[in-house]
Design a protein around this ligand. Structure first.
Ligand SMILES: [Zn+2]
Ligand SMILES: [Zn+2]
Length: 330
């Protein structure tokens, strides 16, 4: 596959959406890297982005050595840039090093990114995803906690933010931390309570992010496709299908505990999610996933939860609920 002579920023966004489902994604990755280095980008500042995209494509095909080469060049291309896109590329570098078993180097690269957590909304997600690739979930929880404390302290008042909007970046930190702690099976603390209050307020305000995102479910075959295309989403949806179902079952039990009734699971598809994200959206962005969940919540095809104990499980495994997902919440 040969690209036209010059790639614009919007070409790159389009490639991002389509490359992973293409027949020869590794060829696209090689062409992207080539375009970046041969100066065939309309905007020279896109070089880091194009190379990071090549690295993500190679990573998704488990070509980790190629992914590492691309991401090293991406980080180099970003140079001293200190925005969230450059931070995401550095986090990707760490994630690939983790996958290669080079944990010490990965951690050394992630540590300097910690200040980004209180600066950019998507930093909580990309730092957590990188640590997740190294099974460093406890460390991620610690970093997020410290960033939350710093964020609360920086607001300079003793009153908590009363809306997700007021909370700003802090909201994304709280939300990421809250999900991670549920996945780790930790008890709610005051920050989790705050996260939940803000999420509830956001959902009531009819905004595009809310608790529904936690009920996004991928059937077994879809889940396989999802992680094949977007390996980083394992930090959100689980490393395998068992973990995915366990996260959902725990979330449903938790919501029941808060008095919610009439709960449904929202079966999504990879095509639906990428289609919802569109050319400019990114499935790595929590707001995009929330929007998709909200869209599904307004449609037919939802799965009522809980089923009868002796009935077929909600996950579609064909096994009785009591022998399938019911015990996963424990
Ligand atoms: Zn909670
Ligand atoms: Zn099940």
């Amino acid at each position: 596959m040969a690209f036209k002579t010059e790639l614009t920023s919007s070409d790159l966004s389009e490639i991002r959406q389509s490359a992973l489902g293409a027949a020869d994604p590794l060829g696209i990755a090689a062409d992207l890297a080539d375009a970046a280095e041969a100066g065939r980008l309309a905007d020279k500042d896109d070089a880091g982005y194009a190379l990071a995209l090549a690295a993500e494509i190679a990573e998704s095909r488990a070509k980790l050595d190629a992914a590492l080469r691309y991401v090293e060049r991406a980080v180099e291309a970003y140079g001293e840039r200190d925005d969230s896109q450059a931070g995401a590329a550095r986090a990707l570098h760490a994630r690939i090093l983790f996958r290669l078993g080079r944990s010490d180097e990965a951690l050394a690269r992630l540590e300097p990114l910690r200040p980004l957590l209180t600066r950019y909304p998507d930093a909580a997600a990309f730092v957590t995803a990188a640590l997740g690739a190294g099974q460093e979930h406890r460390l991620a929880e610690k970093w997020l906690t410290e960033a939350v404390q710093e964020g609360l302290g920086a607001s300079g008042s003793t009153t908590e933010p009363s809306s997700a909007e007021d909370a700003g970046v802090l909201f994304f930190l709280l939300q990421q931390r809250h999900r991670l702690r549920h996945a780790l099976g930790l008890q709610h603390d005051t920050h989790d309570n705050l996260a939940e209050r803000l999420e509830t307020r956001l959902a009531n305000a009819g905004a595009t992010a809310g608790p529904a995102v936690d009920l996004l479910f991928f059937r077994q075959a879809e889940f396989g496709k999802l992680l094949e295309q977007f390996p980083a989403l394992s930090s959100v949806f689980g490393a395998d299908w068992d973990e995915h179902r366990a996260i959902l079952e725990r979330e449903l039990v938790r919501l029941t505990g808060t008095g919610r009734t009439g709960l449904t699971v929202l079966p999504g598809t990879v095509v639906g999610l990428t289609g919802f994200a569109g050319a400019d959206g990114d499935v790595a962005d929590a707001r995009v996933r929330s929007g998709y969940a909200q869209q599904l919540a307004g449609r037919e095809g939802q799965i009522t939860w809980p089923p009868e104990r002796n009935g077929a499980c909600w996950c579609g495994s064909g096994t009785k609920y009591k022998k399938c997902c019911l015990p996963r919440s424990r």
